[in-house]
Write a protein that binds this ligand. Structure first.
Ligand code: NAD
Length: 334
């Protein structure tokens, strides 16, 4: 029976990359019944919101979604649609693997780590207000419940993927109460997983060490804001945002999306790399236990990257988004 999956094309480059990913996934032979729902900037005029209720209803009904990026105007207007989705669906774990891929020239060829980012609280809760007209205050929320849940997720992920070490990342030397609580939770949960090595690291030192020797790290677990920043750093270690996939996991639903945003300056040019959303699609197929399709697509991607003939500009080529997708489809088993 076909899996029913919500597909949100998204803003900016979203429609072109999600179309490319959909074509490749369909060509792999896996049976997916896509329910396409629109969200984003274009809907504000008609619906008064970039996130009409039918979007959440569709994801709740199907339990799974592949999502293109959605634009959030800086400094004004609507609250981030992405943050709203994660909070409304309680997608508490943002999982972002960073793995060196063949054929991609980057600083390292031996990176294989996973960033596990808490996805529901911290400064990302967006609770802020003006204090007079020359100051603003933002509230950082860290709770035991959310911290223990994300740390447990990180250790479970390490165990299920045969990984050896979890590093909790924080700034508890300065934010003694909030990050101190996160660190305390990480230490407590670590005691339940004697088979997995545990260490903690201050976020600034973590950034330096990741740039110097990323192969020393395996699973990183972080509060929301540090996770957002460090995962882009990790994307930079393996070839950039064009190849960085992500998953937002909750108890009942999961939404798979690239780490990158809507890149408005490239929109409509059929130019950007479809891999970040396609690799997110592979994570989705693994979640659906469609391992054969996931493996076939990964082999096809690897073949195209190794040949370096049909890759997009960010990987040093001049293929378009759709040409790269066609090349991957060509490599799929018939
Ligand atoms: P961005 O990730 O959209 O783009 C930054 C740059 O990265 C681009 O200009 C481009 O050079 C490169 N890039 C991104 N995706 C690429 C791809 N697939 N292939 C090749 N190069 C790629 O970041 P931004 O410009 O800061 O954000 C634009 C909008 O996206 C903002 O409104 C932001 O809020 C939103 N955003 C959404 C999400 C999401 O939907 N989850 C995530 C991040 C940013």
């Amino acid at each position: 029976m076909a899996h029913k999956v919500t597909l949100i094309p998204g803003d900016g480059i979203g429609p072109e990359i999600s179309q490319a990913a959909r074509r490749v996934i369909d060509a792999s032979g896996v049976a997916i019944d896509w329910e396409v729902v629109e969200a984003g900037e274009a809907l504000i005029e008609e619906h008064g919101t970039p996130l009409p209720p039918y979007v959440l209803e569709s994801i709740k009904k199907n339990g799974i979604a592949l999502k293109g990026p959605l634009t959030t105007p800086i400094g004004k207007g609507f609250r981030s649609v992405n943050v709203t989705l994660r909070q409304e669906l309680d997608l508490y774990a943002n999982v972002r693997p960073a793995r060196s891929l063949p054929g991609i020239t980057s600083r390292y060829d031996n990176v294989n780590l996973v960033v596990v980012r808490e996805n529901t609280e911290d400064l990302y809760a967006g609770i802020e207000h003006n204090v007079g007209k020359d100051a603003a205050e933002s509230i950082k929320i860290i709770t035991r419940e959310a911290s223990e849940r994300i740390c447990r997720h990180a250790f479970d992920l390490a165990r299920s993927q045969g990984r050896k070490k979890v590093t909790a990342v924080h700034k508890a030397n300065i934010m003694k109460l909030s990050d101190g609580l996160f660190l305390d939770c990480a230490r407590r949960i670590a005691e339940e997983y004697a088979d997995i090595e545990f260490e903690d690291m201050i976020v600034d030192a973590m950034c330096m060490k990741l740039v110097q020797s990323p192969d020393n790290y395996d699973v990183l677990v972080l509060p929301n804001l540090y996770g957002d920043i460090v995962s882009d750093l990790c994307a930079g270690l393996v070839g950039g945002l064009g190849v960085a996939p992500g998953a937002n996991i909750g108890l009942k639903t999961a939404v798979f999306e690239p780490v990158h945003g809507s890149a408005p300056k490239h929109a409509g040019k059929n130019k950007v790399n479809p891999l970040a959303i396609l690799l997110s699609g592979i994570l989705m197929l693994q979640h659906l236990e469609e391992h054969q399709a996931a493996d076939s697509i990964m082999h096809a991607v690897t073949a195209v990257l190794n040949e370096k003939q049909k890759v997009t500009y960010d990987l040093g080529g001049n293929a378009s988004t759709s040409e790269m997708a066609d090349a991957i489809i060509e490599k799929l088993p018939r």
